[in-house]
Design a binder for this molecule. Structure first.
Ligand code: HEM
Length: 421
C-alpha cells in the first residue's frame, strides 16, 4: 500500500491509460475489480454472511446473564461491527476474525495519517503491522486460499493475477482494502446510532417505521417469533432510510479529488491547469444553502423523505463519492448499517451516562476517511428492552434488487434511475 514496486506502478498506469483513451464501453479498472459488490448474487451472499454474523454478535452486545452494559459508544460500535463487516466482505476465512490480526489492523490504521505525511519512522509499530498483515494475505493468496474467501476477494485476486501484478503488491492492496471497508463504515455506524438515540423525535419516528415491518408468529413450542426482512428496511421505511442518508450528508468531512485532463476555465473565473489536482471538500457541497436550504447545517432526519422540500439533484449528495470512483461498497454498507440500527432500535435502549446526550464534534478528525471519528467518545449504558424477554428474532434478506442510495450515478456521473423509495 505504501511501498509499491515500479512494475506495479507501470501496470496501473497502463490500465488507466487504456481506459481513458479507449472506447466508451470499456469499464474503468475500478469497475472491473469491484463487480461482486454490485447488486446481484455475489452481494446477496456477502450480505447474508454479514447478517448471520451480526445476529451471532448481537447475543454478546450485553454480556450474557446481564441486562445492560456500560461502555463508550464509539469503542463499542467498533468492537461489535468489525467482525460481521469483514466476515461479509472477505468471507468465512476472514483474517480479522483473529484477535491478533484485529489488533494489528488498529495499529496499522492509527498510523496511517503519520505515514501519509512521510513520518513512517515515527510509527514503526504501524509499519510493522502493515508488513504482518500483507504477508499474511500473501501466504493465503499464494496457497490458493483466496478460493475460500468471498467472490469479492476471488475477483480482486484474479484481476491482479491476470495482469501479472507482483504478489507482494496485490497482497498489500487487498490488505489495504480493509481501510475502505471499515474506515467509513464504523464511524458512520457511530453517528447513525447517536443521531437516532439522542433525539426522542427521531428515535420514535424511526422505531415506529421499523416496528411496522416486524412479522409476529410462534414456533412449534408456542414461543414468540419476530421476523424482520432487511430488504423492507430499505424499501418501506422512508424516514429511517432518510435518517441514515442525513447522517452521511451532515457528518462527512472528506474531499473528492480529481485530476485535470486539460486546461479549463471554470465558471469563467478559475483556471484549472492540465495535470493539477482539484480537491472538492464534501462540507462545502453538503452545507451549501443554495442546494440544501437554510437548514443545510442541521440534522433533519426526514430531509430525504420530505416531499414538500424542493428536489435536490442526486449529484449533490457526495458521501459515497461519485463518477468512476463512486464507492462500490455503498450497497453492502447501507444494508449492514440499516440492519444494525434496526436491531438496536428493536431490542436495546441506549442511555447516556449523565442522562443527557452530548453529540460530539469531529473538528479534530484525521483526513484518512470520509466519515470522521468523533472528537471524544460518549459514555453510555446499553440496556436490553424489557419487552424483549423470551422473543426469538429472525433476520432475513429476501432479495437485493433495490440499489439503495440516493446519489447513485453511472461511470460518467449521470444519475441512475432510483429503484427504491
Ligand atoms: C458508510 C460506509 C462507506 C462510506 C461513507 C464510503 C465512502 C467512500 C468514498 C467517499 C469513496 C471514494 C469515492 C471517490 O473517490 O469518488 C470510497 C471508495 C471506496 N470504497 Fe467506500 N465507503 C463506505 C463503505 C465501504 C465498504 C463497506 C466497502 C467494501 C465492501 C467499500 C469499498 C470501497 C472501495 C473499494 C473504494 C475505492 C474505489 C475506487 O478506487 O474506485 N466502501 N468509499
Amino acid at each position: 500500500m505504501f511501498n509499491i514496486s515500479p512494475l506495479t506502478k507501470q501496470l496501473q498506469k497502463a490500465e488507466s491509460d487504456a481506459w481513458r483513451t479507449g472506447p466508451a464501453h470499456v469499464p474503468s479498472p475500478a469497475h472491473a475489480q469491484f463487480k461482486p459488490l454490485a447488486p446481484g448474487k455475489d452481494l446477496d451472499d456477502m450480505n447474508r454472511i454479514m447478517l448471520k454474523s451480526l445476529e451471532e454478535s448481537m447475543d454478546g452486545w450485553v454480556p450474557r446473564g446481564s441486562q445492560s452494559r456500560r461502555t463508550q459508544l464509539f469503542d463499542w460500535v467498533k468492537e461489535v461491527l468489525v467482525v460481521p463487516t469483514t466476515n461479509g466482505v472477505y468471507g468465512s476465512e476472514n483474517l480479522l476474525r483473529d484477535p491478533v490480526a484485529r489488533k494489528k489492523y488498529w495499529t496499522f490504521f492509527d498510523g496511517i495519517p503519520t505515514i501519509i505525511k512521510g513520518g513512517g519512522f515515527l510509527v514503526k509499530d504501524s509499519v510493522a503491522a502493515i508488513e504482518f498483515l500483507s504477508s499474511t494475505w500473501a501466504s493465503v493468496l499464494q496457497n490458493g486460499g483466496h478460493k475460500n474467501h468471498s467472490r469479492f476477494i476471488q475477483k480482486l485476486f484474479e484481476y491482479y493475477n491476470e495482469r501479472n501484478f507482483p504478489l507482494k503488491d496485490s497482497s498489500q492492496f487487498i490488505m489495504g482494502s480493509s481501510v475502505a471497508v471499515l474506515g467509513n463504515t464504523l464511524p458512520t455506524a457511530f453517528w447513525f446510532v447517536i443521531h437516532l438515540y439522542s433525539d426522542r423525535k427521531v428515535f420514535e419516528a424511526c422505531r415506529e417505521e421499523v416496528l411496522a415491518q416486524v412479522v409476529h408468529s410462534s414456533d412449534a413450542d408456542g414461543n414468540s417469533v419476530r421476523t424482520v426482512d432487511i430488504t423492507a428496511l430499505k424499501v418501506a421505511c422512508p424516514l429511517f432510510h432518510s435518517a441514515f442518508k442525513e447522517v452521511l450528508r451532515l457528518e462527512a468531512v472528506g474531499s473528492g479529488i480529481r485530476g485535470v485532463e486539460e486546461d479549463h476555465m471554470l465558471d469563467g473565473k478559475y483556471l484549472l491547469r492540465k495535470d493539477a489536482l482539484v480537491f472538492m471538500p464534501l462540507v462545502s457541497q453538503h452545507f451549501d444553502r443554495d442546494r440544501w436550504g437554510a437548514d443545510a447545517e442541521e440534522y433533519c432526519y426526514d430531509r430525504f423523505a420530505d416531499k414538500t422540500r424542493p428536489r435536490v439533484s442526486n449529484i449533490s449528495f457526495r458521501s459515497f463519492g461519485g463518477g468512476t470512483t463512486l464507492c462500490p461498497g455503498r450497497h453492502f454498507a447501507t444494508t449492514e448499517l440499516l440492519a444494525f440500527a434496526a436491531m438496536l432500535l428493536l431490542r436495546f435502549d441506549i442511555i447516556p451516562k449523565d442522562g443527557k446526550w452530548v453529540v460530539p464534534t469531529s473538528l479534530n478528525a484525521e483526513m484518512t476517511t470520509n466519515m470522521p471519528a468523533p472528537d471524544f467518545d460518549v459514555d453510555v449504558e446499553i440496556r436490553k428492552r424489557s419487552d424483549d424477554e423470551g422473543i426469538k428474532w429472525v433476520w432475513k434478506l429476501s432479495e437485493s434488487e433495490h440499489a439503495a442510495m440516493l446519489g447513485d450515478q453511472d461511470e460518467h456521473g449521470n444519475e441512475k434511475v432510483q429503484t427504491d423509495g
